[in-house]
Design a protein around this ligand. Structure first.
Ligand SMILES: [Zn+2]
Length: 444
């Protein structure tokens, strides 16, 4: 099996149970796994000198809508709250097709990779003009990131009192059939899997109660995870109380949407009871601080969630509500935002980075990722701390206080996807040119 030796790292942030940080350490990669960690290791294979680099587990993104990378900073949505923002963008998204899905995913994945991400989920909930989940999976396979695609859905259009236009909603039986198709075609439950598939109705305000319930039954039958948006802002809570007569947490619980195989995006408005429910049921949360700020949704009670034992990971959310796919920036924002409400000691740089790595891996059920330890997958980010971003830092490992936001090297399953700051697997220039052409064609 091929070997790569990462030699003499400035420090290795293991994210193990003790939070150990190893100075001057080597990491031996064999195949897709971390084989050994120590000093003075040797190999007949490739050597990557890491003297000026802090090594972390690859970052994990637990919530995204990659397709939105084609609709960043759309003027009509720049200053709108969630529902108004959606209503501005729905008609544009309705003109997407397979190529828009693939190229926007590829661009978003490239940005994620350059910001240290090795594993990302994606939530694709609209399928206009022949687009399929397969289009985004193709993009992930091409760039070489570990990918948890989720088959999203919307079924309640405007004429039935929902938010999306009727042209973007699907028949519920067809949604469930396509969930089965993509799970059977792509889901890999094995350790080290590069592709997994989840079931993910868009949100309680865009599908029926029956679809939420049936999706949970289907996911459990197939042994895949469940994902949706929950308790994102005050409008979302008001909708839940008016339409369902209860808060989002109760709605989720009644329909089978709690448990270690479920993670919800945002959860900005969870109350104390809902936090306890999520902690006891080990229901995960994808915290998306930049999107929450961008849409004025509020500050998620992450400190309280983590203290209660809720599994929490980070997500960049859709490119159109961020408008970025920079996971390192997201981790810094997560750290800062808890400090706004709870004080400067509310979240350390190390804790936020832990949420961005091991936290996210645990939310996605990936206990084979998110840590640097022998036997774990070789998903590693190397951060060059000799540059201007780290200049003058007394604590080079405090990357979120002073450090680079782009990786120098990135390994996924032992394969080098970024080398010296450049993607090795795709032609980024050609991808961006195609992205720009597609974006221009969407402007009317
Ligand atoms: Zn989202």
């Amino acid at each position: 099996m091929p070997e790569i030796l990462i030699r003499n790292a400035h420090s290795v942030l293991t994210m193990d149970d003790e939070g150990r940080e190893l100075a001057g350490a080597d990491i031996l990669i064999r195949g897709g796994l971390i084989a050994e960690i120590g000093q003075g290791l040797a190999t007949q294979g490739e050597i990557v000198e890491a003297g000026g680099c802090v090594v972390t587990p690859g970052l994990v993104n637990t919530h995204h809508h990659l397709y939105q990378t084609l609709t960043r900073a759309v003027p009509g949505g720049q200053d709108a709250l969630l529902f108004g923002w959606l209503q501005t963008l729905y008609p544009i998204w309705a003109r997407f097709g397979p190529e828009e899905m693939r190229i926007s995913a590829l661009t978003g994945l490239a940005e994620l990779a350059l910001s240290g991400c090795t594993l990302t989920s994606d939530h694709l909930y609209l399928y206009p003009n022949g687009a399929r989940l397969d289009d985004t999976i193709d993009a992930a396979l091409e760039i070489g990131l570990r990918f948890h695609a989720t088959r999203g859905a919307m079924s309640i259009g405007e004429s039935d009192g929902g938010l999306p236009p009727d042209a973007l909603v699907e028949d519920e039986a067809a949604i469930l059939d396509d969930c089965i198709r993509v799970i059977d075609a792509f889901h890999d439950p094995s350790e080290g899997a590069m592709i997994r598939v989840g079931v993910a109705p868009c949100s309680p305000f865009s599908v029926s109660r029956e679809l939420m319930r049936d999706a949970a039954l289907l996911a459990r039958d197939k042994g895949v995870m469940l994902h949706t948006h929950l308790a994102e802002n005050d409008e979302d809570i008001a909708y839940s109380e008016a339409q369902f007569g209860c808060r989002p947490g109760q709605y989720a619980e009644e329909l089978g949407w709690t448990g270690p195989d479920v993670w919800h995006a945002h959860c900005v408005k969870l109350d104390g009871q809902e936090i306890d429910l999520f902690a006891q049921s080990r229901t995960g949360v994808a915290h998306c601080p930049c999107s929450n700020c961008r849409l004025g949704s509020g500050i998620a009670p992450v400190r309280a969630m983590v203290d209660a034992g809720v599994p929490v990971g980070l997500g960049v959310d859709g490119s159109a509500s961020n408008d970025s796919s920079n996971l390192m920036a997201e981790a810094r924002q997560a750290m800062l935002l808890q400090r706004v409400t709870r004080g400067a000691d509310a979240m350390s740089a190390r804790e936020a980075l832990r949420l961005a790595t091991r936290g996210g891996a645990e939310v996605l059920g990936r206990h084979d990722c998110g840590r640097i330890a022998p036997g774990k997958r070789a998903d590693l980010a190397l951060w060059d701390v000799t540059g201007i971003d780290s200049a003058g830092s007394w604590d080079k490992a405090a990357l979120l206080l002073a450090g680079p936001q782009r990786v120098r090297h990135l390994f996924v399953e032992g394969r080098q996807v970024v080398r010296d700051g450049r993607l090795t697997t795709i032609d980024l220039g050609a991808t961006l040119a195609r992205q720009e052409a597609l974006a221009r064609a969407l402007v009317v």
